[in-house]
Design a protein around this ligand. Structure first.
Ligand code: PEP
Ligand code: MG
Length: 901
């Protein structure tokens, strides 16, 4: 016997296929699921994707065997419903809904009322005592059929109707008012189809059905559907299924309507029927709306205005929720008081609602904490962490645009991507202001705090890119003007120069003069509860990259378990410090440098005291000075002249020094521990500041602070030995001066391939490692991280790389190095602490890898901390489950892993 291609469903029973959504389409699969749960669905059957596949080569006519099978299905439906196709008393009418495995644009729309013809329309009118209803349905059917099967233009039917209205007047109504007028209109439709389209509307219902199924099958090849499949890598051969079911007369009378119900109140997350129900219906063809009554289902529960069994509906959605173990939403219909479910799916929800529902479902005992954690996309939490403008202060609004990407941001105005990068390189936050953005501006958008454009809408390049990278954005601020020659932004009478501060609010579209005070949302309520779940599930520690008290406090509030990277150089750009720094750099000898460093010492110490106090005993990793000294020197003629005057030296000698420090490849030049070796007095000052601060903060809090001193860009064991020796000497000196011992750890930052290859020997003397995956990516790839944006976007577009390796760790390449480094380090020092502090430390996909690689912690920017906590929990849960599935009897082990590729 040939395999079956049609599968029936009706309340309480559904034919099963091995993979329903694959073979029955998502609509057919879902109806089969609901039927199997004994929920009221209209009876029907689904023609499987296998039938489509076998029919496709014929490009039209359905194979004979399939026709026979469909006929048998219709006979079955006649038996179940007690109605007859083309029947003389109660005609059977059908709805046809095509669907692929998942929603796909370009496929045929649902077609209703198949089975109506010149005879059955009259029969139906008599049966229901409602001629207008029957003819409305027939008119809609003819229009839909002609469009699907004969490719007719719907506007042609409108023209015919308009002409008829002009001819007969229809008693002033928008549709025929008498039976004869209806019949005349239908006759016009037939004439048009025959004369203009050279076809005829089949009067045999079964033939109508076959033609509609053929039309649905053919819609697979529509240009829109093809383009969609190409864009989403969906196989051309996956195909569609066609679901056919008995019509529900949901648009007739006060006891009929269409609704949408949810199993939960998304605003509270609590289990409660919510949704809406429309009564009164719409007019079929002309789409002129009658007065509609929309019922709030939650309210209808108190005043029984719902025309069907509302408690039953509540019970149905609750059963679906229990079955899928998730909040659900359903589309339903009521036909003359009888309730039918047509579709269900997990409830669509905002991020906040998703968090709420997940937590509430744990409280209800429907799912466990682990499943709740897996339900929330870590990156989506970013939406809950956007800053807002502190209201209450008078804001000087100078313009308004469209709210294109949420969050507020303040920064200095920069008019080009390059200027943005330069200012950010000097440690200053910027707002990139452009007439509109182009792909070449993306590198500037990445470094900017926010983006403002004069032109463009909420789907402009700027808006789309900004949302993608999570930056606040205001577009289309048309009242503002950019003058590129003068480098100004003007609004009415106000002129803002490049380098002056503005604030944008991506939620309201406001542009504000000056730096408004921003407020970060707090981590409270269900969000905090979800984070508690995450902390119970995760193994990886989550620290933060922070150097200012503001960052450190924010990170603590978000649950950071310490500082994994304090970049000390940022502290030297503040206030008058850069001047002292320059004194140090320009000093002719070590003694001169020491004098300047002596002035920096108290400043550094007080910075560290504050950080240690905020972190209250949690680990704090402080990195010794890393960037090339050239970065601290003035740039541009004016700044050089000003600096020379301030320092009381000749401009020429300042220029000579600047020139001497200039490097061809500063990133591969005199930086990191190389600086410490050339100028050990810098290490000495920083070590002293760190240890004295630890003693001071520890004394105040009555709890020992054990700082972690990190040596950057180590490549050779001897580099590390050299620097560590200086650190130990200073520690001994400080201990003697203070008359007490000081505890500290010294570790290496692993950012060079050579350090990986020598990780075993470096680990002999290093208390911890922190993988600096920014530099490690740069050096493994041989790609300058500052120049990468120029070509990596092309690489992504061309499919050469999938993701930017500076954002998501390149597991196959850089990851292999990390695995090797971890292995070598643990071989010589099994208890070594291993962390990561590059950008990838806050990226969920990378965190999955760091969990697998067995690192101890990740460190990321403060606002990534909640994201990292959740991502780390998910990574641990998934790894645990994978390990359990692979070796059910063994407990989890952590050997070297293969990264594939
Ligand atoms: C790194 O290289 O990964 C790192 C964190 O250091 P920086 O970005 O400061 O070079
Ligand atoms: Mg680095």
């Amino acid at each position: 016997m040939a395999t079956r291609k049609c599968f029936t469903f009706h309340r309480g029973a559904a034919d099963r296929t091995a993979d329903p959504s694959e073979s029955l389409g998502f609509k057919g699969a879902n109806l089969a699921l609901l039927a199997g749960l004994d929920l009221p669905v209209p009876p029907g059957f689904t023609i499987s994707t296998v039938a489509w596949r076998e029919s496709a080569p014929a490009h039209g006519e359905l194979p004979q065997a399939l026709r026979a099978e469909i006929l048998a299905m219709v006979e079955w439906l006649e038996g179940v419903t007690g109605r007859i196709f083309d029947g003389e008393a109660q005609p059977l009418l059908l709805a046809v809904r095509p669907s692929a495995r998942a929603p796909m644009p370009g496929l045929a729309d649902t077609l209703l009322d198949i089975g109506l013809n010149d005879r059955t329309v009259e029969t139906l009118a008599r049966e229901l005592g409602d001629l207008d209803f029957a003819f409305r349905a027939y008119r809609r059917f003819i229009e839909g059929f002609a469009s699907l099967v004969f490719s007719a233009d719907p506007a042609e039917f409108e023209e015919i109707a308009d002409a008829e209205r002009s001819r007969l007047g229809w008693g002033g109504a928008h549709e025929p008012a008498t039976p004869d007028e209806w019949r005349a209109l239908i006759a016009r439709y037939h004439a048009f189809i025959e004369e203009e389209l050279g076809e005829a509307l089949p009067q045999t219902p079964f033939e109508q059905l076959l033609k509609v199924v053929e039309g649905c099958f053919a819609s697979w090849r529509s240009p829109v559907a093809r383009a969609f499949r190409a864009a989403h890598a969906i196989s051309e051969n996956s195909g569609l299924a066609v679901t056919v079911h008995a019509m529900i007369f949901n648009e007739r009378g006060e006891k009929s309507g269409t609704g949408h119900a949810l199993s939960r109140d998304l605003s509270t997350g609590k289990a409660r029927l919510t949704g809406s129900f429309r009564v009164g219906g719409r007019e079929y063809a002309s789409l002129i709306r009658h007065e509609e009554q929309v019922l709030d289902l939650a309210q209808a529960q108190d005043d029984d205005s719902f025309p069907a069994d509302l408690p039953a509906l509540a019970d149905y959605v609750a059963r679906i929720e229990t079955h899928i173990a998730d909040a659900c939403e359903v589309d339903f219909m009521v036909g003359d008081g009888e309730l039918f479910l047509l579709q269900s799916r997990p409830a669509r929800r905002s991020v906040a609602e998703g968090v709420r529902v997940a937590v509430e479902m744990v409280r209800d005992g429907l799912i466990g904490e682990e499943d709740a954690l897996l339900r929330v996309d870590p990156m989506s939490l970013d939406e809950l962490l956007h800053p807002t403008i502190e209201r209450g202060e008078a804001a000087d609004v100078i313009g308004r645009g469209l709210p294109a990407s949420p969050g507020a941001a303040t920064g200095l105005v920069a008019f080009t991507g390059d200027d943005a990068i330069r200012l950010v390189g000097e440690g200053r936050p910027v707002i990139l202001v452009r007439n509109e953005t182009l792909p070449e501006d993306v590198h500037g958008m990445h470094v900017a705090e926010g983006v403002l454009t004069i032109r463009g809408g909420t789907t402009s390049h700027a808006a789309v890119v900004a949302r993608g990278i999570g930056k606040p954005c205001v577009t289309g601020a048309g009242a503002l003007r950019i003058d590129m020659a003068a480098r100004t932004l003007t609004a009415g009478g106000i002129t803002v120069h490049e380098g002056e501060a503005i604030t944008i609010d991506g939620a309201s579209g406001e542009v504000i003069l000056g730096a408004a005070r921003l407020r970060r949302p707090m981590l409270t309520g269900d969000f905090a509860t979800l984070m508690e779940f995450a902390d119970r599930a995760r193994r990886l520690g989550v620290r933060t990259n922070a150097e200012t008290p503001i960052e450190a406090r924010a990170a603590r509030a978000f649950g950071a378990e310490g500082i994994g990277l304090c970049r000390t150089e940022h502290m030297f750009f503040e206030g008058g410090r850069v001047g002292v720094m320059r004194d140090m750099i320009l000093a002719g000898d070590a003694a001169g440098r020491r004098q300047a460093l002596d002035r920096l010492l108290p400043m550094q110490r007080s910075d560290f005291v504050e950080l240690f106090e905020i972190m209250a005993g949690l680990p704090v990793t402080i990195r010794l000075l890393d960037p090339p000294l050239h970065e601290f020197l003035p740039k541009g003629d004016a700044e050089i002249a000003e600096t020379a005057a301030g320092l009381g030296i000749a401009e020429a000698s300042l220029r000579a020094r600047i020139e001497k420090l200039e490097e061809f490849n500063p990133m591969l030049g005199h930086r990191g521990c190389r600086l410490a070796i050339s100028y050990p007095e810098i290490v000495e000052m920083q070590t002293r500041a760190i240890l004295e601060a630890a003693i001071e903060a520890g004394g105040r809090k009555g709890k020992d602070v054990v700082p972690e001193i990190m040596v950057p860009l180590v490549g050779l064991r001897r580099e590390f030995d050299f620097v560590k020796q200086r650190i130990d000497e200073i520690a001994t000196a400080v201990a003697q001066e203070k008359g007490r011992s000081v505890s500290y750890h010294v570790g290496a930052m692993i950012e060079l391939p050579r350090a990986i290859m020598r990780a075993d020997t470096i680990a002999e003397v290093s208390d911890f490692f922190s993988f600096g995956t920014n530099d490690l990516t740069q050096t493994v790839y041989g790609i300058s991280r500052d120049d990468a944006a120029n070509f990596l976007s092309t690489y992504q577009r061309e499919g050469i790389i999938e993701r930017d390796p500076f954002q998501t760790l390149d597991v196959e390449g850089v990851g292999e190095f990390i695995v090797l480094g971890v292995d070598k380090a643990r071989r010589t020092r099994p208890d070594i602490t291993l962390g990561v502090c590059g950008e990838q430390g806050g990226d969920p996909a990378s965190i999955t890898f760091f969990e697998q690689a067995g690192l101890d912690y990740v460190s990321c920017s403060p606002f990534r901390v909640p994201i990292a906590r959740l991502a780390a929990a998910q990574a641990a849960i998934r790894l645990e489950r994978a390990v359990r599935a692979a070796a059910p009897s063994k407990t989890r082990g952590r050997g070297p892993i293969s990264t594939g590729g």
